[in-house]
Design a protein around this ligand. Sequence first.
Ligand SMILES: NC(=O)c1ccc[n+]([C@@H]2O[C@H](COP(=O)([O-])OP(=O)(O)OC[C@H]3O[C@@H](n4cnc5c(N)ncnc54)[C@H](OP(=O)(O)O)[C@@H]3O)[C@@H](O)[C@H]2O)c1
Length: 375
Amino acid sequence: MAVGSALRTIYPFSSTFGPLVPPTPPHLKTINMSTIDVYEFAPSADTFRLERKHRTSQPLGPHEVRVDVTAVSLNYRDHIALNNLAKRPVGGKIPCSDGAGVVAEVGSDVKLWKAGDRVMGSFFATWRDGPFLMKYHQHDLGGTVDGMLAKSVTLAETALVATPGYLTDIEASTLPCAGLTAYQALFVRGGLASGQSVLCLGTGGVSVFALQLAHAAGAQVYVTSSSDEKLTRAKGMGAVATINYRTHPEWQKAVFEATSQRGVDHVVEVGGPGTFEKSMQSVTAGGHIALIGVLTGFGPPAASLFPLVAKNVRLNGIYVGSQAMFQEMNRFLEEYQIHPVVDRVFPYHEAPRAFEHLASGNHFGKVVIDVATSE
Ligand SMILES: NC(=O)c1ccc[n+]([C@@H]2O[C@H](COP(=O)([O-])OP(=O)(O)OC[C@H]3O[C@@H](n4cnc5c(N)ncnc54)[C@H](OP(=O)(O)O)[C@@H]3O)[C@@H](O)[C@H]2O)c1
């Protein structure tokens, strides 16, 4: 089957609530034409706003699965999309890559799932295993194709991963992007070993996952934050040293001192151009920088890249991960009984407020929308 047809996610026809849904023609009366409650990115001047809509439901294709979504978590990427910071044409798309739910119905040829199975969406719906291929960008949920911020979604059976039994759906909804990105960065590409040191920048979703995963693996974790209160929480979760990057703008020196002038083995680099120079100064000779984020913008780093050469540093670009990595991460999470850190849960009808909370930067860990709420 062609990938395009396998990924016919939620169907393109949409209408606003209520009376605009056209009457069903008599010859279509036998087809299930109920509606699905979704959010969409709606164009608004130079950015987008969240608009709640009803779309018409369609019968499932033979390899499709309908999932009743129960929880969706937000990533900085969703803030980027809403505010058009990366100029992506997401208008009319359903936001958010990360969601969990329950299989409600399966197509006639579906082999992998049955009604009642607990599942999560896969950020790259077609990256199942092996190395990354550029074509996977055509199927990133909540970006190029519809995402998870809806009461019900239709996905290819191969675009789902089983939810670990010990996690709630609220917790599981945080795994597909933030959790997996941290996992790929540290273990798959970083080769993190027990006793090594890891520097996590800030206390957002990816960084708090990195703290949890690295600590569980026996690493020494260093955390920066703009907030002493958040740093206290990070210490409580096992960070060996913490640095306030607001009160210590030369935080890389503090990292060097805290590591007895050695530097760290791994940097989880979520800041981008504004932090990269200091990350290069924080890493040890032969160390590893996982280049992940753009919290300080999309521009080029102002710094010379020569320290990477001089220190024989490994630099890995990281983009979330495959379903095989996702499953491997879930086994790791279960083994160590790691529970994602959920900062705050918003009801479905307050999804715009959840986006505002993420944009405020006041969160520690993940911001989640409880889609199962009735309103
Ligand atoms: N490549 C990928 O696959 C991938 C996947 C996921 C995310 N990302 C990217 O990674 C970044 C983080 O994503 P996220 O979803 O974890 O974001 P998030 O949850 O929104 O994280 C926000 C936090 O980042 C910290 N922060 C902001 N500016 C900082 C700076 N200059 N230095 C250090 N920390 C800073 C702040 O922590 P404090 O409040 O503690 O200061 C802030 O609360 C984003 O750029 C995102 O686009 C990339």
